[in-house]
Ligand binder design. Structure first.
Ligand SMILES: Cc1cc2nc3c(=O)[nH]c(=O)nc-3n(C[C@H](O)[C@H](O)[C@H](O)COP(=O)(O)O)c2cc1C
Length: 273
C-alpha cells in the first residue's frame, strides 16, 4: 500500500501536518503531490483501492485556494482517503463535510479526518509556531492510528461523525462566517480588491515567490502582480527569504488587527476515525 500526500499549502502548515501524519504511520512508502504547482493540478491522478491518500487543504471558512481544480484532478477507485483541514485558530466551518462529499463522489472512501491548527498566514501573533510539538504528537499518534486501522485491521469505515467548527466569542467572525456559509459552493475567495501587495527594495530577485505562487500572479522582473489572478494566499510573502513582500490593503490589515485580539484562546486539533 502506497501513501499519497496531496496538499495545497501556501504557508507550509498543511504540508507539515500531512507529513507528520505520514511519519506517524512508520515505515510506509510515501509519495507527495504538491498542488501549489499548477501543472500538477492539470494532471489526472488515478488511485487504486490499495493506495491510501491523505488530502490536506487550508481553510477560510470554506475550502480555500483552488479546491475545485484539486478535486477534479483526483479519481479514486474505492480508494481510502484521510481528509485534513488547517485553520488559523479561528474556525474550519463545514470544510471536512464538504471535502467528504466531494471526494466520495469521485470514487474515494473517507476513512479518517482531522481539523488542525496552523499559524495564521497573515498574522504571526495568531497560533504562533503551530503546528508545535504538542500538535506534532497528536499528528504522529493520528498517523499511527490510521496505520493500524487501514493497514493492519483493514477497517475502511468512518465511525466518528464529522463535526463543524465555528467562531467562539467573536461577533465579527460569526457574522462573516454566516455570510460566507450562506453563499453557494464549498470554496471561498477573497474580494480581489483586498489583493494588494508591496514588493520593497529588500527583494533580491531570487524569484522564489514566482515559483511558489499557485496561480502565476507575481512577476519579479517588473516587480508587479496580477491583482485579479492573485488568490490572496500570501504564499509569496511567506516564502520570501528577505521578507520583501507585504500585504498593504488597509481593510485586510484592520480585520487582522481585530482578529488578533479575539483568537487568543488556544484551540486543539480534532480527529475523526
Ligand atoms: C485568505 C485567508 C483567509 C483565512 N481565513 C481563515 C479563517 O476564516 N479562519 C481561520 O481560522 N483561519 C483562516 N486563515 C488561516 C489559515 O487557514 C491557516 O493559517 C492555515 O494554517 C494556512 O495553511 P498553510 O500554511 O498550509 O497555507 C486564512 C488564511 C488566508 C490566507
Amino acid at each position: 500500500m502506497k501513501v499519497h500526500l496531496i496538499c495545497f499549502s501556501p504557508g507550509g502548515t498543511t504540508k507539515r501536518t500531512v507529513r507528520n501524519i505520514a511519519e506517524g504511520m512508520g515505515d510506509v512508502e510515501v509519495i507527495e503531490h504538491d498542488m501549489l504547482i499548477q501543472e500538477n493540478r492539470k494532471k489526472k491522478y488515478n488511485f487504486k483501492s490499495d493506495d491510501l491518500v491523505i488530502l490536506g487543504m487550508m481553510t477560510s471558512t470554506k475550502l480555500f485556494g483552488v479546491p475545485e481544480e484539486i478535486f477534479n484532478s483526483i479519481q479514486g477507485h474505492n480508494t481510502p482517503i484521510v481528509g485534513i483541514v488547517l485553520y488559523g485558530n479561528g474556525y474550519y466551518g463545514k470544510t471536512l463535510i464538504y471535502m467528504k462529499r466531494e471526494v466520495e463522489s469521485r470514487g474515494f472512501k473517507m476513512v479518517g479526518a482531522g481539523a488542525f491548527i496552523g499559524q495564521h498566514t497573515f498574522a504571526d501573533k495568531i497560533a504562533t509556531g503551530r503546528p508545535d510539538a504538542k500538535d506534532k504528537d497528536i499528528q504522529l499518534r493520528f498517523g499511527k492510528n490510521i496505520y493500524e486501522k487501514i493497514f493492519i485491521n483493514k477497517d475502511f469505515s468512518l465511525k466518528s461523525k464529522l463535526k463543524t467548527g465555528w467562531p467562539k466569542n467573536d461577533t465579527f467572525s460569526s457574522v462573516k462566517c454566516a455570510l460566507i456559509s450562506a453563499l453557494p459552493g464549498y470554496g471561498a475567495k477573497m474580494p480581489y480588491t483586498w489583493n494588494e501587495l508591496s514588493i520593497n527594495d529588500n527583494c533580491i530577485s531570487c524569484k522564489k515567490c514566482e515559483k511558489h505562487c499557485p496561480v502565476g500572479a507575481i512577476h519579479i522582473s517588473t516587480r508587479s502582480f496580477d491583482r485579479k489572478k492573485c488568490l490572496c494566499c500570501y504564499g509569496c510573502a511567506n516564502v520570501c527569504p528577505k521578507k520583501a513582500i507585504k500585504l498593504v490593503n488597509p481593510t485586510l490589515i484592520n480585520i487582522m488587527k481585530k482578529v488578533e485580539t479575539t483568537r487568543t484562546e488556544r484551540r486543539e486539533p480534532e480527529v475523526f476515525l
